[in-house]
Design a protein around this ligand. Structure first.
Ligand code: UDP
Length: 545
């Protein structure tokens, strides 16, 4: 019966009555516009005015009810890029009674996720700003399932990677421009507006120079779960059957991701030969100009090393197997430490990738294009003096996004890669030969609190005292196989602002050094698995000698 209900075509008359009676209803999460996602019943969109409309009736509601603060600066961010003033969402308000005078609405029965893509022609932006946030927003709200409809409101055409967006649900995503054909007024029966920012790791430098986000909340596990889901939809199997995968493991190879339009590697053939020789592996090239993206993903998902000039195509390292090496090449005068979207990705905990940056330090090995249009790094349009300043500079100073001419001039240079210096950098960092077989995901199970912590004290003499602290193992330890279990004890003399930390192998210890008679000590105890998985501290002990 419930299936019949969901399959049933929406009853137009009933929907119209519901809209007129109940109006629009909204409930949101988030305290600020930057962390808000809203769920609506009967949110409408007027294509003519290019505005969303909230219809007030006796039974509509709007939480948070911000009054005019809804415009300071907006209700929410429609893209995953934080607080970008071209990406704000808001709606107009009308009384439901106004519907009588308006064109008949068209209802969209699908559960809909409404958002802005940030830059759908650039692969890094596609993955980081759109695909990952959409994927995890859909997992946050269970009715955003495989049948959900995505609506992209940024106003762009499909873009170069629309097929990737299509993988996220079984329904064709709608573009803003296509909304017109539904008539002058359309109403989304159930919709979510906004995107989770939980998976983003990089800020592009709109208010401060670009860099990793201050508080990264995603780990390699979530990135890899997303990558697996995408590969499954592309019919790329990562772990083949037993024998097959054993054969694959023997056939290790290096992938050079080349750009064929700009920011070229000018001695690519030489580079490939050198890499193959150094690591005794096959080396192959891929490029977005010559292959489909799924075929590239297939190659990368089995590679031991991915080598590429800095650029959006390097986001594809999220498809590399654990243990693989990412090698990012930077043109002359570009400091790798200031442009780290791919380093940050590779270094996420649990991503289990090795990362190496190499930078061209030899100006003669660089070919620049001062005559090109400004967006491809041309500088001919600038004042003579500014041009000379850029030409003389040996490193692009820190700058904001996105039109810094010195940055664009340098980043769009072609490069002859100095092979000895690259191999040197590789040998320095890639200590162990990349070994995919060994790279199993490390456990991320944290210890619970230690139980029944206790202290006992004794005074031996006027200047000699002892403090014995003991505890029981955390409750979850008995269900786990843990390589190394240690305990950390902090001892602080009451009133002092420093403490002494100790790492201990057993469940009790007697401290006698630095322990004074007739003194109160505060003692904290926690468990540590495998050196770096910290548990919580147990309640503090007050121990009086
Ligand atoms: N691109 C490419 N080959 C090229 C130049 C660009 O595949 O020769 C791709 C690039 O990977 C990205 C998009 O085109 O997805 C835009 O490239 P752009 O240079 O504007 O951005 P960047 O790579 O510096 O982020």
């Amino acid at each position: 019966q419930s299936q019949e209900l969901s399959q049933a075509r929406i009853d137009y008359h009933a929907a119209l009555l519901a809209l007129q009676e109940h109006g629009t209803r909204m409930v949101c999460t988030g305290k600020m516009h930057t962390d808000r996602i809203c769920r609506f019943d009967y949110l409408c969109y007027c294509a003519e005015a290019e505005e969303f409309v909230f219809f007030h009736s006796n039974s509509s509601f709007m939480l948070p009810n911000l009054g005019p603060r809804r415009f300071q600066p907006a209700l929410l961010d429609l893209s995953s890029v934080e607080d970008h003033n071209t990406q704000y969402f808001n709606f107009l308000e009308l009384p439901a009674a106004a519907l009588k005078f308006m064109p008949k609405p068209v209802f969209i029965p699908d559960v809909t996720l409404i958002l802005n893509r940030f830059n759908p022609d650039n692969l890094m932006h596609v993955f980081h700003d759109d695909l990952l946030p959409i994927f995890y927003t859909m997992r946050q709200y269970s009715d955003l399932d495989d049948e959900a409809r995505l609506v992209f409101m940024e106003g762009w055409g499909e873009g170069a990677h629309f097929d990737l967006y299509r993988l996220l649900s079984s329904k064709q995503p709608l573009l803003k421009e296509q909304l017109r054909k539904f008539g002058k007024l359309m109403c989304f029966t159930k919709s979510y507006v906004g995107l989770s920012k939980m998976t983003t790791w990089y800020q592009y430098g709109f208010v401060q120079p670009q860099g990793p986000k201050a508080n990264i909340l995603v780990s390699g596990n979530e990135i890899r779960q997303f990558a697996s889901s995408l590969m499954e939809k592309l019919n790329i199997n990562t772990q083949g059957g037993g024998e097959e995968s054993a054969a694959e493991e023997k056939d290790e190879y290096i992938v050079v991701f080349s750009r064929s339009i700009n920011r070229l590697i000018l001695n690519e053939a030489e580079l490939i030969l050198a890499l193959a020789q150094e690591f005794q592996m096959r080396a192959v090239t891929v490029s977005l100009e010559e292959q489909t993206f799924p075929s590239i993903v297939k190659v990368i998902s089995g590679a031991s090393m991915l080598v590429s000039m800095h650029g959006a195509q390097l986001v594809s390292s999220l498809f590399l197997p654990r243990g693989a090496v990412v090698v990012e090449l930077f043109p002359y005068a570009v400091n790798p430490e200031q442009y780290t979207p791919y380093k940050t990705l590779a270094s996420l905990p649990g991503m289990d990738l090795q990362y190496v940056a190499w930078r061209n330090m030899v100006e003669e090995n660089s070919v620049a294009y001062p005559e090109r249009p400004w967006e491809q790094g041309g500088i001919a349009h600038l004042e003579k003096e500014e041009q000379e300043h850029i030409l003389a500079s040996k490193e692009v100073p820190r700058h904001l996004c996105c039109r810094n001419p010195e940055w664009l001039y340098r980043i769009y240079q072609d490069t002859i890669v100095d092979i000895p210096s690259l191999l040197e950098a590789l040998r320095e960092t890639v200590k162990t030969r990349p070994n995919l077989k060994k790279a199993k995901p490390a456990s991320t199970v944290h210890p619970g609190r230690v139980r029944e912590p206790q202290c006992q004290t004794s005074v031996r003499a006027t200047n000699e005292a002892k403090l014995t602290v003991s505890w029981q193992i955390p409750w979850n330890l008995k269900y786990l196989k843990v390589r190394e279990v240690k305990y950390e004890v902090w001892i602080q003399e009451q009133g002092e602002n420093t403490y002494m930390p100790y790492i201990l192998p057993h469940q009790n210890y007697t401290f006698s050094e630095n322990i004074k008679p007739f003194t109160t000590y505060l003692v904290w105890v926690r468990c540590i698995f495998n050196k770096n998985l910290l548990g919580p501290f147990a309640d503090v002990l007050m121990c009086r000698t």
